[in-house]
Design a protein. Sequence first.
Lengths: 507, 476
Amino acid sequence: MWPPPSSSAPAGTRTCSAGAGFWRTRSWGQPYLQAPAGAELWVWFQDTVSDVDKAWNDLSNILSGIFCASLNFIDSTNTIIPTASFKPLGLVNVTDHRFLRYAILPREVVCTENLTPWKKLLPCSSKAGLAVLLKAERLFHSSYHSQAVHIRPICRDKSCLSLSWELRQILTVVFDSFASAQGKKDWSFLKIFSRTLTEACPLASQSKVYVDISSKTEEQELLDVSPAPLSVYEASVQGDRRTYAVYDLLNPALFNTSRNLNVLLKWKRPQDNLGLAVPVLHAQRYVSGYGLQTGEISTLVYNTHPYRAFPVLLLETVPWYLRLYIHTLTIITKGKENKPSYIHYQPAQDRKRPHLLEMLIQLPANSVTKINIQFERALLKWTEYTPDPNHGFYVSPSVLSALVPSTIAIKEEDEEIKPLFASLFPSFDGSSYFVRLYTEPLLVNLPTPDFSMPYNVICLTCTVVAVCYGSFYNLLTRTFHVEEPKRGGLAKRLANIIRKMRGVPPL
Amino acid sequence: PPPRAGRPEGGREGRGPVLRWPFAAGQIYWAKDIIFLANEHDLIGMEAWLEAYHDVNVTGTQSSGTFGRAGAIQAALSLELSSDVITSFDVAVEGLNGQLPNLDLVNLFYSFCQKNGVLCTIQGKLQRSDWDSLPAYLHSLQTLLLMVLKQGSGHPQGDHGLFLRYHIEAITIRGINSFRQYKFDMGVMGVTLEGIFRKLNNLLERLHQSYFFYLLPSLSRFVSIGLYMPAFGFLILVLVLKALELWMKLSSFDREGSPLCDGDQVLNPATMEEPRPSLLTLVPPLLVCHATGLALYFVPVWGQRVATEHFPVSESEAVVLTSIAIYVAGLALPHNTHRALMGSGSDRGWRMLKLLALLYLAMQLSCVALINFSLGFLLTVTMVPVAAIVQPTGPRYLYAGLLLLVTPAVTLLFCIFLYQELMEYPISLLEGWQRFLQAIAEGLLDHYLYGSIVFPFVAIFVYPCWLLLWNVLFWK
């Protein structure tokens, strides 16, 4: 199934994710675990690995085979070594970033052929348990889809004497039921997945469905969820208090009334303005300017926290064919220049490696920080263009990592009792939580030649060469001499025969 | 599919209807974002939004910035609807500085109109069904001329015209509600537009396969750059040949003037003393003419405030009247420049000046024809014949009259009358004069608001060149 990491693969922790669509933070709120648009892979190798680049190359090829994804396109032109943005997950004591490799392929999209191998990693595949809901044709009939695999070493038990490898599979889907159901926001499992749950996977030790029923206004319940949940769980998730209705599939009481579980959520009254709270940290990125020579990458980072400032780590990878002018880098917050406290820049090398820019920027409370950097578009060699060059070229999303201060007091989750929430949404000192965000990928046009031109040129050149060369060659190699007509026409020959018979000399 | 490209839609008058259209919102087949935009203040609003979206400042417009973004925009449709029923759609393609959208976008619009049975026109002219008859050819010629006049003006013929600078293919679609009996309702319009949108939605690449340089005699036929450029080249050739003739005459002068030099190639001191005008003598007329051109470009706007303080005119009138005054004052120049001329009085002097003027004109016209063909064509057709024949000998007053007739300002006046004639709405002389003043004001405004190049091009290049020819004519 999965290559045992301790023996064959030398990877310490690895994360691989792929997404289709883009998470709209302003309208969908904070993503739980965001995956960037495109495919992302990052690996911390164990310090016993001698040739990291080769191991990285092998690993990306193996993963490419396992997930049917084009991860084999990862090479030195899109691999970077971030110095600060990523930390090893789990129980590893490698902190030397030379053992880290990170790559994003912004053009890769996830589709059914990636979902099938992903589902096969599940203990019951999609035969039983929660995974029966994952029907490809429904999952991809959605506004957003991403899937991820994280592998990390963890303690096997409380005493932590031996290691276990944890494989975590994450699937995020956004269904826009408002649009597809003519303005009704009610949903059910049957409507979304066209399936219901009947049983837990026999191999599972836990199999639970959490439905977020938290309401903004405390006084009245807006949602009606059926069947009535057997237990309700309250948690603080990403600086927000959430209430979840919990359906434990291992609890036989759940299937007392009906043989299958079809969670149905109804709005008690029509909600016209369901404004999700704007997340504390969000970002927007775009290319400004016009024309095909220069341009500017602008990133807007928002801190909507009313009174707390916090630092954010920004990781920017730009392909080599956009030549960044690092001296034009400006960071402006509230009209004033904001000097980053840490900056790491590695310039690109043509056709070898991308630009890498990592910065630690302090975001004042309730502010917008604008980061600008100008670039020049390079001219590619004509074989380097993609088959559809007029589509544009992608610039991978930039990564923002931050410890965001929470507006509410976070209740520390006990890892023993609630392992899922504690590991998914860890909090630090009860006052802040970790967020990793990805901005939009950018689509940039490069100066593109008219590709019918080489064809025309080839045709024209060949014709000219054929005509000129052919006739010149003829002229140069042939020898010309005056040739006497040896034999005449048919009449002459006939005449000669007759003359011969008559004994007269031929003509 | 991460191409976060959308199509904004500038609805100038159609705010209500746009929102009601049965766009299948939330359907998952929309692979790209769609931006709906209702703008105010006409083109200025559009320009402000575009500049804010692209985070640039081309024209000095201040805007508060934009919130929603959807990446690189692939195509835009600008809708202008004044009623909820229409009889036909009219399409406008000419943009700022005569830029045109890719022909495929026009074809897309035309094919969807045909598919849904909606009448569609270009330049307000319906296509005739009989192709080979003489009236049909004349009809197409009218449509073509209208396009040439509109494109040559450099004025965007709709909100779409400002998108083209940002490499966004765009057309303006106007709903026309005429007296025709059969009308189409919002449903048909919506189906047509949604069809166009879905086609654009399916595009993987930007529109690039078809022509960017063309002229449209009707919606289903076009004249490509490969056809009209050679014709234009032949017109320019007239200037080059004439210049060649002058060059040969000048060199024959050289031979007659210094016969002694021919044999031994040694400069005789006697020939050195002959008054041979050098190229330096051409510098004063060149400088004076260009200074007049620069004055025409800068003074009207600088002097705007002074003029409004001292005369009872509005600001725009002040600018227009000042520019006309400078323009006309330039005509009096030759009588003064002569005093500064050293080598005047000889045939050689005017021939050299004319040679220079012809080559200068040929270069200008061929350059502008690459940017805005129609502008180049209009100037070429009028100026080239007269520029070729003008000389200080012979029927001088006839030449002067002809030269005055082809000065860019008179060409503009003539174009206004021609345009009105083609629109089948003839105007009187007085009205024409008012339109003329209005057109000058618009030309200046287009330059300062959107960066149109027509006014600076005429003021800084064509007008000084014409003044050079005027100098040739009044050579003493």
